[in-house]
Ligand binder design. Structure first.
Ligand code: AMP
Ligand code: MG
Length: 427
């Protein structure tokens, strides 16, 4: 019989997370494809995006006002001769007229400043009298004009491969005229829920049966993280069928199992994985919920075909055995499975950071585990407030559905007073 992992592979949260990050850093995405820029939000960029011209391409006025020579404002008020007007999108001849000393042109935001002008004074600090303008406020050379190429020079990299395309990145791609961007193919992530009591959601459950929510919450999380979920049939607590389904799961780029990883008599997942020559990196983390989280890999060839197009370096298929309690499944996906999925999706590794909010009402707990408890973030603007949802433990789907974040409680805290700023993991 294959070796089951040592029970001692229980790590602190930070150790477990770092271990996952180390492995994730070695993983590569499967392939590349072209995406329409309009459909590219959330995808991972697979090519550098470079500036096709200088940014800005002309000295751009950033205010409505008058373009002039700052040196002409040594004495205030100063009266300058108006020699024209330049609006945004003006024909090149319009903006080519050289501005002499003592002269100004009316100019609009986004318009090119003419040669000779080195600053734009805001219209609010001026009064116009026919073809002359009186300026009441001095400014420095360079004010309210963005110099040619000062944001980016032609050929500069604006976006690097491995970044997730958000609206800022999409703006940069649009600004260099990319209608399509090369992105990484989405990794396929197999989801295998286990348990004799678990039934498909399209059949009426018997009294002692529960519907399979985990495969669906995981599918949602996989999609949000940039993967393609592949839901396998529910595995019974029976070794042969479980093994068969695990073998199917290893066809995908990553396998997520849910349930069957605790110490119960019918928790067969680790034993089944051991039969695929699995290497276990940890079989538990000092967290709540989600303590029995399992992370490991199997060598390709031991029942798992190599990933298509994968470099030689990718000789393993990774898996997570997530605990079956629904909240544990959700939390452990976010804390541990996500970085591996993101790496397979081509995303550059990023550290997990928690934000802070003010605790609304006191929390009392026990020391020893780092806790990630369902909570509600509220308040407004700079006053983020947070409080725990009332819940019946890590099986309480209803409480988690009401929550919009998790409060993070360090393992050495027994009591956190109302009013304290505490870390939260956003959802
Ligand atoms: P396990 O990790 O297999 O011991 O399961 C822990 C708890 O989670 C049990 O109460 C299970 O009934 C429940 N559970 C396991 N799998 C699922 C699932 N796919 N959907 C909903 N609840 C589940
Ligand atoms: Mg079970």
């Amino acid at each position: 019989m294959a070796a089951v992992p040592e029970p001692s592979l229980i790590l602190s949260f930070e150790e477990a997370r770092h271990l996952v990050e180390e492995h994730a850093a070695r993983l590569r995405p499967r392939g590349k494809e072209l995406a329409d820029l309009l459909d590219s939000a959330g995808r991972i960029l697979a090519e550098p995006v470079t500036a096709d011209r200088n940014f800005p391409p002309f000295p751009r006025a950033t205010r409505d006002g008058y373009a002039l020579r700052a040196a002409d404002l040594a004495q205030l008020p100063a009266t300058l001769d108006l020699i024209g007007e330049i609006k945004a999108g003006a024909a090149p001849e319009k903006s080519a007229i050289e501005l002499g000393p003592g002269q100004a042109v009316a100019i609009m935001t986004g318009a090119p400043a003419p040669p000779g002008a080195d600053a734009v004074v805001m219209v609010e600090h001026t009064s116009r009298r026919g073809d002359r303008v009186e300026i009441t406020k001095g400014i420095a050379a360079g004010d309210n004009i963005v110099a040619v190429g000062s944001e980016a020079k032609r050929g500069d990299r604006l976006l690097v491969p491995g970044m997730r395309l958000d609206h800022g990145a999409v703006a940069a791609a649009a600004s260099v005229g990319k209608t399509h961007v090369l992105v990484y193919a989405k990794p396929q992530v197999a989801v295998l829920s286990t348990g004799d009591e678990v039934v498909d959601i399209d059949v009426p459950p018997g009294l002692n049966q529960i519907r399979n929510s985990n495969s669906y919450s995981l599918a949602a999380q996989i999609q949000m993280a940039g993967g393609e979920p592949l839901l396998l049939p529910i595995a019974p607590d029976e070794p042969a069928r479980l093994r068969e389904l695990i073998a199917d799961g290893f066809e995908a780029d990553l396998l997520l199992l849910a349930g069957g990883v605790s110490m119960g008599k019918y928790d067969l997942v680790e034993q089944a994985l051991a039969e695929f020559h699995a290497e276990f990196f940890f079989t538990g983390a000092q967290i709540q919920p989600g303590r029995p989280i399992v992370f490991g890999r199997i060598p390709c060839g031991a029942g798992a075909p190599a990933r298509e197009g994968s470099p030689a370096l990718d000789r393993y298929k990774y898996f997570f055995g997530l605990p079956g309690n629904p909240v544990s499944t959700m939390v452990t996906f976010e804390l541990f499975a996500r970085p591996v999925l993101e790496a397979l999706a081509g995303m550059a590794l990023r550290k997990l950071v928690f934000l802070h909010a003010k605790l609304k009402s006191e929390i009392k707990t026990r020391t020893g585990l780092k806790r990630f408890l369902p909570a509600i973030l509220s308040g407004e603007f700079e006053r983020a407030e947070v409080e725990l949802t009332r819940w019946q433990g890590s099986g309480d789907i209803a409480a988690t559905a009401r929550a919009n974040c998790y409060i993070v409680i360090p393992p050495d805290r027994e009591r956190i007073a109302a009013g304290e700023w505490i870390p939260v993991l956003l959802r």
